[in-house]
Design a binder for this molecule. Structure first.
Ligand code: ZN
Length: 139
């Protein structure tokens, strides 16, 4: 295992074992549930807004370390963002995961790209993000 890959694995395990903003928001303005049947992951994302700014965000669910760590990272990225910024974060992340483009500004999110060896796992990493995107579209 190379140095970068080891570092990436640590970043993911840290978010998996100590998830940020894990929990539920009763009666949240945004609540969206999504399954990844390929891996058995499930995620529900919740958010409340102040104007169009993400004032509170949480997630709950179960599944592989990639899916849960990615949801944790997402909550950190989206908190405090307005709708337009949140949409840009989500589409930027999904572009990074499917494409060859480098996204140095994505910091710890690059860890997800770094450990994913199989295209089928991309769905694990993007699950929470797609759920949030769907939730925004429904608003
Ligand atoms: Zn998974």
């Amino acid at each position: 295992m190379g140095m970068m890959r080891e570092l990436y694995t640590q970043v993911i395990m840290d978010h998996y074992q100590r998830p940020r903003h894990r929990g539920e928001l009763e009666g949240a303005e945004l609540e969206e549930h999504l399954l990844n049947p390929l891996c058995g992951d499930e995620i529900t994302v919740y958010a409340n807004f102040d104007g169009d700014k993400v004032a509170d965000v949480k997630f709950s669910g179960r599944g592989c370390s990639i899916s849960q760590a990615s949801a944790s990272m997402m909550t950190e990225r989206l908190l405090g963002k307005n709708r337009e910024e949140a949409e840009a974060e989500i589409s930027g992340f999904k572009e990074m995961m499917v494409g060859d483009k480098e996204f140095p500004e994505m910091d710890d999110l690059a860890a997800l790209k770094g450990v994913i060896q199989y295209p089928s796992r991309i769905k694990c990493a993007t699950l929470a993000w797609t759920a949030f995107q769907n939730g925004l579209e429904d608003r």
